[in-house]
Design a protein around this ligand. Structure first.
Ligand code: MG
Length: 350
């Protein structure tokens, strides 16, 4: 243990879980609302209103396929979508270090505007602070957002109840998964982290891959229109490995995935081998993982594949009652336990 906060405490893995449980939840795990803080879901819900806040410290600010502005809108919008929400409006907090070029600020605000239009969610309030040189690394964004029930969420839940009479959740939550549910991944993993690394100072390798950063409005619309989705989550910090372990723990199920079905680009796989990284632990910013009742899994897959962002979707595994952890059947037929990552192997990716 350490008596000061280290980078690993912000990296989305076990160390960050400890910080959240031992400090944040110890003080703030109170309040009787629909989805409280202590559930540690992608967004909270109070009185039917979905609320999300997220801060962005990505390094560098501009990277292949995106920038901090696109990341901020996408990250916040996506977490509202993940609980079954329709994002309504955003609030932008800008913390700018003295000396920051207006040209870069202009480019980032343009990107925020474009991405917000793409998601059809306006920025309606915000705050600007300027701090002295050395107080932070150039620029930090906070993006908060509100949402309401997605117009297709009730239909989605009715479909679930046709097959699972005792389904009682009103939202898509990490704790909703039951043995037999299929796990669907919307496309290639690892692109965002590898794209960022390829332009980091001091990292000397070239790879032709762009970040996947995008708002997931359309894939979620299509999936909920079909119905049968019990949980949704974006594999950001800590990647697929962290996501599946959170689901297994909160739903008290085991999860089995199949390595050969997980979409990974050759360029990303090669970069991971070169850098000693596990693609399952890399953060993504434009992917969704869905848990869907078995009866509707193929239909949801088909609907996802009809979207631009979900065209490479695959059913990568299923929930099981044979154990209560995450395992992967490897391409050579062995079984590998997938533990929750200690921390994201690459800091400052979002
Ligand atoms: Mg999330």
């Amino acid at each position: 243990m350490t008596d000061v906060v280290k980078m690993v405490h912000g990296a989305g893995g076990q160390a960050m879980q400890q910080l959240i449980k031992n400090y944040i939840l110890r003080h703030l795990a109170w309040g009787d609302v629909d989805v409280p803080l202590k559930m540690l879901d992608d967004s909270g819900v109070a009185n039917g209103i979905i609320l999300k806040s997220d801060s962005y410290t990505v390094k560098p600010l501009f990277f292949p396929g995106g920038d901090i502005g696109r990341l901020a809108v996408s990250g916040t919008v996506n977490d509202i979508l993940m609980v079954g929400g329709k994002p309504l409006a955003l609030a932008l907090g800008l913390i700018i270090e003295e000396g920051f070029p207006f040209k870069d600020l202009d480019r980032i605000l343009g990107s925020i505007s474009n991405t917000a239009k793409e998601a059809d969610v306006p920025v309606i309030t915000g705050d600007t602070k300027v701090v002295e040189r050395g107080a932070l690394d150039k620029l930090v964004l906070n993006m908060s957002g509100i949402g309401v029930r997605h117009p297709k969420l009730d239909h989605n839940i009715e479909v679930i109840k046709n097959f699972r009479k005792d389904f009682s959740s009103k939202w898509l939550l990490d704790c909703n998964i039951k043995p037999g549910d299929k796990i669907i991944l919307s496309g290639y993993i690892g692109d965002h982290t590898i794209a960022l690394l390829s332009v980091r100072e001091g990292v000397n390798f070239k790879v032709d891959v762009e970040s996947d950063v995008a708002p997931l409005v359309e894939p979620m619309d299509r999936a909920l229109s079909v119905g049968g989705v019990v949980a949704a989550k974006d594999p950001t910090r800590g990647g697929l490995a962290n996501l599946l372990n959170e689901w297994a723990e909160k739903s008290n199920v085991g999860i089995k995935i199949y390595e050969e079905r997980i979409p990974i680009r050759d360029s990303v796989r090669n970069a991971c081998e070169y850098l000693g990284l596990d693609p399952l632990e890399l953060g993504n910013e434009g992917k969704v993982v869905l848990a869907v009742i078995d009866e509707l899994a193929e239909d949801v897959l088909k609907a996802l594949r009809a979207t631009e962002l979900g065209k490479n979707a695959e059913i990568i595994g299923e929930a099981t009652n044979e154990h209560n952890y995450v395992v992967m059947e490897t391409v050579i037929g062995g079984l590998r336990v997938i533990p929750p990552p200690i921390g994201d192997p690459v800091p400052r990716i979002c």
